[in-house]
Design a protein around this ligand. Structure first.
Ligand SMILES: [Zn+2]
Length: 498
C-alpha cells in the first residue's frame, strides 16, 4: 500500500471510529432513551466509563444482538486495551476496520479467538457461550461450583466456561434454569455481564464469603523509593508493550506503549523494569526495553527505520520455518498426541501469519515427511533464509515437568542475534500460552548449531504434562503459539533495524 493511501485510510478509519464512539445526537452520556429501568444503574455505570455508547438519536437498542467486533471493542475499552487501528492477524479484518485495534489487542491477550483458519467473523453475532468464554478469559475467572443448567453442553470446556461465569456471579442464566448457550447475546445481556465482571456491587447471587477479603488481588509490592535523578531513559523495542501494575504477567495491563516510546526506568524487579508512568510506578518486561540508541546518520536513499516494511536490501525477508520430526519419527509422544503433528500444525499457521505479514516463508517440511536434520539446515542455506525457527515440543519422564523453553546455540557467528531471537520467541510464547517460563537456554542441537544464520529452537510445552498437553492438543492454543512466534519475528526485526 502506498503511503498516501495508507494515511487516507487511516483518517477515514479515525472518522468512522470517532463517529461510532460518539454518535451524532448523543449530547450527554446518560441520555440514552431506551435503557431498561431495571438495569439503569449497571448501564449508566458502563456509559460513565465510556464502555458503551448509544446509536445516533440517543438509542441504546437493548435487544439488538452484539457483533463479535462490538464485543471486542467493549471488552477492550473495559480492560483499557490498545484500540489503535492496526494490522490484524485476521484476513477478514482490515487495518481500517473500526475495531481492528481492539480485535488485535483482545486476540493478543487470548480473550477472543479466530476460527483457526485466519478469520475473525467481525460482523458475526456473538453467542451466549462465546460471551462466557470471553468473560472467563478477560477476567481470569477460575473458580467453579456446582452449577447445572438444564441445557448445559456436554463438552467439558464449554460447560466449564459457563460454570465459571455463573460461579463468579456474572450471570444466573435464563428463566427455567436454562443458559441458552447458542442464542445470540443481546446488547443489554452483554452489558450486564460486563458490568458485573467489572464491579462486585452488580454481581448476582452474591453470597458473602469469609474469604472475600483474602481473595482480593494481591497489591503489587512497591519497590523502594527511587528518586527521579536515578531514572534512566530507555526505549520500547516491542511493537506494542504491555505496561502492568506489577512485576509479572499476572498483573493487570494498565496501558500499552508503542515501539520507540521512551520510558523512565527507575528500578528492576526480577526480569521487570519499574518505570515512571505519569508520576505512578508501573512495570514492563525487561525483554522489550533497550538502551536509547545513539542517533545514526541517516543513510541516503533509505526511508527512516519506522517506515521500513519487513524487507532487507530490497528483497523480501526469508524465514525458514522448521516443523520438528515427521513420518516415521513422531518425536515425543504423550497424552494421545504426537510431536510431529503439533509442530507441523503450528508451522503451517506460522507460515500463514508470516506470509500475511509480508515475509517470504520456506518450510523445511509442509506435510508428514521425514527430513534429515542436516538437510533442514541445507534447505535454509540453499534458499537464502534470513533466520531459522525450529518448532518442537518437550517431554520428560516426570509428568509434572511443564512449561516453555527456547534454545539458541552459543558459539556460532550469529550468537547475539540468535539469543535475541530466542528471547523474543520465549517471551511471546509464555505470554500467549500462559505456560511456565522455563527461560531461554543454550544447547548444541544440530539444526541451530550447524546454522550459519540466526537460529532458534522453541519447545512449546510438555507433551508429557497433562495440562500442557491439553494446550498442545487445542487448535486455538496452537494458533496462539503460531501468532506468538510471528510476533517474536516482528520484535526481532524491530530490534535489528534499530
Ligand atoms: Zn522434538
Amino acid at each position: 500500500m502506498n503511503k498516501k493511501k495508507h494515511i487516507f485510510t487511516f483518517f477515514l478509519s479515525v472518522i468512522f471510529f470517532t463517529y461510532w464512539l460518539f454518535p451524532a445526537g448523543e449530547s450527554s452520556a446518560t441520555t440514552l432513551k431506551d435503557i431498561p429501568p431495571q438495569y439503569e444503574t449497571e448501564l449508566n455505570y458502563l456509559i460513565s466509563k465510556g464502555i458503551i455508547t448509544g446509536y445516533p438519536g440517543g438509542e441504546f437498542r437493548p435487544n439488538q444482538p452484539v457483533t463479535r467486533a462490538q464485543a471486542a471493542t467493549m471488552v477492550g475499552r473495559a480492560l483499557e486495551l490498545d484500540g489503535t487501528n492496526r494490522q490484524t492477524p485476521f484476513t477478514d479484518v482490515a487495518l481500517g476496520y473500526f475495531a481492528s485495534g481492539y480485535i488485535t489487542s483482545a486476540y493478543e491477550k487470548g480473550i477472543i479467538l479466530g476460527d483457526g483458519k485466519g478469520n475473525f467473523r467481525p460482523e458475526g453475532q456473538l453467542t451466549r457461550l462465546e460471551m462466557a468464554y470471553i468473560i472467563v478469559r478477560a477476567f481470569n475467572l477460575n473458580d467453579v461450583s456446582s452449577v447445572n443448567y438444564v441445557d448445559m453442553p456436554a463438552n467439558a470446556e464449554q460447560s466449564a466456561a459457563i460454570n465459571k461465569v455463573t460461579t463468579a456471579g456474572i450471570t444466573n442464566g435464563a428463566p427455567g434454569n436454562l443458559f441458552k448457550p447458542n442464542n445470540s447475546i443481546t446488547r443489554v445481556e452483554f452489558s450486564l455481564m460486563l458490568a458485573r465482571a467489572l464491579n462486585d456491587d452488580f454481581k448476582v447471587n452474591k453470597e458473602p464469603k469469609e474469604t472475600d477479603k483474602s481473595e482480593q488481588p494481591k497489591v503489587p509490592q512497591q519497590p523502594e523509593q527511587s528518586t527521579p535523578s536515578t531514572a534512566v531513559t530507555k526505549v520500547v523495542t516491542a511493537s506494542f508493550l504491555n505496561v502492568r501494575s506489577g512485576p509479572g504477567t499476572n498483573y493487570n495491563v494498565v496501558t500499552v506503549l508503542k515501539n520507540g516510546t521512551e520510558v523512565q526506568v527507575t528500578g528492576k524487579t526480577g526480569n521487570w523494569y519499574s518505570i515512571n508512568l505519569n508520576g505512578k510506578i508501573a512495570y514492563v518486561s525487561a525483554n522489550y526495553i533497550a538502551d536509547k540508541p545513539v542517533q545514526k546518520e541517516p543513510v541516503q536513499n533509505e526511508p527512516p527505520a519506522q517506515n521500513k516494511p519487513p524487507v532487507q536490501n530490497g528483497n523480501e525477508r526469508i524465514i525458514a520455518v522448521d516443523a520438528g520430526h515427521g513420518d516415521h519419527d513422531p518425536g515425543a509422544v504423550g497424552n494421545g498426541l504426537e510431536e510431529k503433528d503439533i509442530t507441523l500444525d503450528v508451522a503451517k499457521r506460522l507460515e500463514r501469519y508470516l506470509t500475511n505479514g509480508g515475509y517470504k516463508v520456506i518450510m523445511t517440511r509442509s506435510d508428514d515427511t521425514f527430513v534429515e536434520l542436516d538437510d533442514r539446515v541445507k534447505f535454509a542455506e540453499d534458499n537464502g533464509a534470513d533466520i531459522f525457527i525450529s518448532i518442537h515440543v518437550n517431554s520428560f519422564d516426570k509428568t509434572s515437568a511443564n512449561g516453555t523453553e527456547t534454545y539458541y546455540y552459543n558459539g556460532g557467528s550469529k550468537t547475539t542475534e540468535s539469543k535475541q531471537l530466542a528471547t523474543f520467541m520465549q517471551t511471546r510464547l509464555v505470554e500467549a500460552l500462559e505456560t511456565r517460563d522455563r527461560g531461554v537456554k543454550t544447547a548444541g542441537y544440530r539444526v541451530i548449531k550447524a546454522n550459519p544464520r540466526p537460529a532458534t529452537l522453541v519447545e512449546l510445552a510438555f507433551i508429557s504434562n497433562s495440562s500442557d498437553a491439553e494446550k498442545l492438543g487445542s487448535e486455538t492454543y496452537r494458533d496462539k503459539a503460531a501468532y506468538a512466534l510471528y510476533l517474536g519475528v516482528q520484535d526481532y526485526y524491530k530490534w535489528l533495524d534499530k
